[in-house]
Design a protein around this ligand. Structure first.
Ligand SMILES: N[C@@H](CCC(=O)N[C@@H](CS)C(=O)NCC(=O)O)C(=O)O
Length: 221
């Protein structure tokens, strides 16, 4: 996240980090879980102190705060949260405007299920593509992710955002995976128009642009 948006003042009155009054997010500049969290923060225009950390060189205070030693980790006064899903749900409830989940219980359940499937299927494969050294595993993960995204293309024809007229936590979770496709060596066919249009819409969004780190910008240059 660029410094300007990271330090933009929202309605947080929390005390944390080096900037009294701000929450703190420990975030990796290339991790997709951190990316979806930064996107929610940008969408809600939340002021926060973002500390960039690398997976293999985590600061001492983070090691003390989070037993799983993972990013993203959010600190809001006494509250320490880890796991990006827990964090984005908290942010959506703590900063309700704009809402990023539907109100209707049935729609909420469908969106939660979509989040579960994105994490279980796409995030698992994306993490393998980002971290594995095993060529066979890489090739298999690349093929599976490409097929899975291609198979979902028509879902993106229904509404401007994922099964919705409103932008949601599901879109915040899908965008980091789609942004990394060139990095993963995946090229979607030009004939998959709904998903290309969806990507164009997401990537042009102000919050998406604000959420990008330098490292992430370079992924599509
Ligand atoms: N389920 C976690 C996964 C987070 C995760 O795997 N983060 C990676 C970076 S993308 C990490 O912190 N790796 C360092 C480690 O696990 O030691 C979440 O959603 O936050």
């Amino acid at each position: 996240m660029d410094t300007a948006s990271a330090m933009r003042r929202g309605d947080s009155d929390a005390v944390g980090g080096d900037h009294p009054g701000l929450m703190t997010l420990y975030s990796s500049p290339s991790c997709l879980h951190s990316h979806r969290t930064r996107m929610v923060l940008a969408e809600k225009n939340i002021a926060i102190d973002v500390i960039d950390v690398e997976g293999d060189r985590l600061p001492e205070d983070l090691l003390d705060l989070n037993p799983y030693h993972s990013v993203p980790t959010l600190v809001d006064r006494e509250l320490v949260l880890y796991d990006s899903r827990v964090i984005i749900d908290y942010l959506d409830e703590r900063f309700p405007h704009p809402p990023l989940m539907p109100v209707d219980p049935l729609a909420r359940a469908q969106f939660r299920l979509a989040l579960y499937r994105i994490e279980r299927d796409w995030y698992t494969l994306a993490m393998q593509l980002q971290e594995s050294d095993d060529r066979k595993q890489l090739a298999q993960a690349r093929k599976q992710l490409q097929e899975s995204i291609t198979g979902s293309s028509e879902l993106f024809a229904v509404k401007p955002f994922f099964l919705s007229d409103e932008f949601s936590l599901v879109d915040c979770s899908i965008a980091p995976v789609l942004w990394r496709l060139p990095l993963f060596g995946i090229e979607l066919k030009a004939s998959l128009k709904p998903i290309h249009r969806y990507m164009d819409r997401l990537f042009a969004r102000r919050s998406f642009q604000d959420s990008l780190t330098e490292r992430e910008r370079e992924m599509r240059q």
